[in-house]
Design a protein around this ligand. Structure first.
Ligand code: AMP
Ligand code: TRP
Length: 342
């Protein structure tokens, strides 16, 4: 049952195009996880079924996302990268965990409320269960840490409570399911839309001009950053009414791996135009290697399938052990003492 000293798990949606917020808030953390412990990364195609979608498109976007992650530096020799639907233990554990998850709590989750408001025509039942599937993703691996951006905080809190409820109800308080820790980047946990810096950068909802995609050409990035909405002042620092500049400061700090205060100090004498040009150049440089490696990786769909297939096999080997323990403790299936003697 003993796993590695530090196991890190995160999931990412195969929907839409990945943007700078995803890269800074999540993907960059995945890449460094490989040095810190055992990284397990999952492309969550089942989560993508909770909103309207097109089946053929889903497969395409799944390959896009896989290629982006590999281009960003995930190395299948040093981490496990797989497709959620390939490991059926996730769906089984979702159902089992629903018995220690309170309905009212799911109904109050921010994401459920926001997305169900946006989807007036048909709110899928899966949307309500989204956080339980996410809890199962992580708990199946007994992961210690979950690197994500700020918008996932509530989901991680729920999975901690689900693990805790399970342990108390079925394991006499023993940590059979590891209660995972949230891990957010110190800088860049919430990158804002460049055109509306009061909203987070996102594939759905926010503006096309305000969203820098990982695969954008340098010219497009430059244009978007240079036309970022700022304020009528002139000081490059954070403060009330300065959300636009604060966001650019945060972006520059994140891509340079320094603190925002350092950016403020070194840019104090700059005009907005000059500062934006500096940020644009830094972002172009930051994303260029990913875009350059992407094309070749994306073309080789068999190669991508091979990576995902090997990842799924390794993931299954871990998750099946957890499921055996959970089933046993919950009284589901044949008891292991009898099952192994017949
Ligand atoms: P998604 O593409 O929704 O699966 O998100 C993948 C990861 O990116 C999650 O860990 C999110 O928390 C993170 N993320 C999404 N948007 C942002 C943002 N604007 N700033 C920072 N992190 C983000
Ligand atoms: N809900 C996450 C997002 O939208 C994706 C996700 C699914 C996830 N399962 C996960 C993140 C498990 C961390 C751990 O970004």
């Amino acid at each position: 049952m003993a796993g590695p000293a530090l196991r890190i798990f995160s999931g990412i949606q195969p929907t839409g195009r990945k943007h700078l917020g995803n890269h800074i808030g999540a993907i960059a953390q995945y890449v460094t996880s490989q040095e810190r412990g055992e990284g397990i990364f999952c492309i969550v195609d089942l989560h993508a079924l909770t909103v309207a979608y097109d089946p053929a498109e889903l497969r395409e976007r799944l390959y896009d996302t896989t290629a982006i992650l590999l281009a960003a530096g995930l190395d299948p020799a040093r981490c496990i990268l797989f497709r959620q639907s390939d490991v059926r233990e996730h769906t089984e554990l979702t159902w089992l965990l629903s018995s220690v998850t309170e309905l009212g709590r799911l109904e109050r989750m921010h994401q459920f409320r926001d997305k169900s408001d946006a989807q007036r025509r048909m709110v899928r039942a899966g949307l309500l269960f989204y956080p339980v599937l996410m809890a199962a993703d992580v708990l199946a691996y007994r992961a210690h840490e979950v690197p994500v951006g700020e918008d996932q905080r509530e989901h991680v809190e729920l999975m901690r409570d689900v693990a805790d409820n399970f342990n108390r109800r079925f394991a006499g308080g023993e940590e059979v399911l590891v209660v995972p820790e949230l891990r957010m980047p110190e800088v860049g946990a919430r990158i804002m839309d460049l055109q509306d810096p009061t909203r987070k950068m996102s594939t759905t909802g926010a503006s096309e001009q305000g969203t820098v995609y990982v695969l954008d050409e340098p010219k497009a990035i430059e244009k978007k950053v240079k036309s970022a909405v700022t304020d009528s002042g002139s000081a490059v620092r954070r403060g009330d009414g300065k959300e636009g500049i604060a966001n650019l400061i945060e972006i520059l700090a994140a891509v340079r791996g320094i603190g925002p205060a350092e950016v403020e100090e070194s840019s104090a004498s700059m005009r907005y135009g000059e500062f934006k040009a500096l940020v644009a150049e830094a972002v172009v440089e930051y994303l260029a290697p990913v875009r350059e490696r992407y094309t070749e990786l994306r073309e080789d769909e068999r190669g991508l399938e091979a990576v995902l297939g090997q990842g799924a096999e390794r993931a299954r080997a871990i998750a099946s052990g957890t499921l055996a323990d959970v089933r046993e403790l919950m009284g589901v299936g044949a008891p292991s003492a009898i099952a192994t003697s017949v």
